[in-house]
Write a new protein. Sequence first.
Length: 162
Amino acid sequence: MTVEEAQRALMTPLKPLDIPFSEECWMTQRADGKDPAISYEVQKGKIVVIYVVPNPRKQETTNVTDTRGIGIGAMESDIRRAYGQVKIAFAPYFSKESEIEAAKVRARLGVKSSEPVPSPQYTVEVESPDHQRAIIFTTQDSKVIDLATGFKPAVGEMEACS
């Protein structure tokens, strides 16, 4: 879908996010401020990924779901029940080894945190039958905290426009 088609479907203009990207690849969201948790990655004029990432600091919420009713707050078991075969892995930025090393460094330095160490995050990937698209749910404590849907490989990249 092109940006123009999305604007017609949403009945509102889209505005670029204030993130330095290029004319070839950039991020956008609704100009009217509705659904601030939703952003779109645009490559060569077409939306290739839709991100649903509520900001917990701003207490953002969204009722956006996929076609099977899975959205923020759903459980991993809901995803498995809806889709059957899924791929589950540690989130790309989480490494059990790096967490263990960080804990050793904190202990050696005598650093005590007043905050509990957050539990790991996982990605639950659901591929389309043709393997061209995917929905990637990020979960923590078995609950969906954000999701991205779109064309591969863009949807699976750790950072937008990479």
